[in-house]
Design a protein around this ligand. Sequence first.
Ligand SMILES: [Cu+2]
Length: 290
Amino acid sequence: MIAASLGLGSIVNLGKAVAHPGHVHASPNLQPTGLDELTLTVEEAGVTGMPESIEAGRYLVKVTGPAPGEMGPSGTMFFQLPEGVTVEQAYEDIQAATEGPPMWFLDAHFGGGVTLDSGTEGWAVIDFTPGPWVVSTPFGSTLGVEFEVTGEFPTDLEDVEANATIELMEMVIRVADGELVVGENIVTVNNAGAQIHFVDFNRVPDGTTKEQVQAVIDSFMTGTPPAADNGLSETDFIPVALAPDISPGVKMTLPITFEAGTYFLSCWVPDVETFAPHAMMGMWDLIVIE
Ligand SMILES: [Cu+2]
C-alpha cells in the first residue's frame, strides 16, 4: 500500500499481491555485452554487493534476490538524495510516510533500477553520473547503501540495442520507436519530460477498454469502487513488470517478456504542482501485444 501512495511503486500494491501468471524472464543470453557489470544481491536487510566507489558510466546491473512478496516486487532502485538528506533520514521518512512521498522526493534524482517482478534474477542497463548515490530496495523499503560515482560520464556511449523505446513525458507514455512483441523484449525507457516518471506494466483482460480503465482510475480519486457493471476492477490488473523511477533526461534498458494480450502502462509519481498521481492526470495507455 505504501508503495502506491508514495508514488515510488505501482498499482500492484493497490491491487495487493495479485496472483501471478506464469511469467518468464528474458533469457540471460539477451543481456547486452561489452558493458561494465555490477552484481548485487537483495537480502532482507537491504542490498549487498555494491562497491563503495565506481567509475561514471553505463553498467549492466545484475540482481539476485527473493521473489516478490506481499509488499510487491523486490529488486533495487538507484537514486541521489537532495543535499542535506541522509540515508538514515530518508529511510525514516519513507517508513513514516502514509499519505504521500516525503517532501524531498521530488528533489531527489532517480536513475532507475532492477525489479524482480516474479523470478529471483533480473538485470537492467543503468547510467551512473558522477556524485553520491544510494542503492535501496524498491520504494526505499530498506536502509540505503551509499556509494560514490567518480570521474566523468562518457560522451561516446552507444545506445543499448532494444526492440522498443518507451518515451515518458507529461503526461504521456508512448512507444516512440520499435514495438513491443510477444515473447522476450529488450525495452529502453526514456524520460523525455520535466518530471520524475516510471512505468508499471500490468496485464488486463483482453478487450479491456479505455473507458473501463478510466472508471477504475476515477474510483481511486473518489474512493468509491467503480459501478458493478464496469466489468473491470482493481483485482483485474496483473503486475507484469516495473521500470522504476527515472529523472528527466535519464534512460534505462530492461528485459520484459509479454504473452499475447492487453497491457496497461501507467505512471503514479505525484505531480510537482498538484501532487496527484500522474496516472490520474492521464499518464497511462492501453497497448495490445499480439
Ligand atoms: Cu509520471
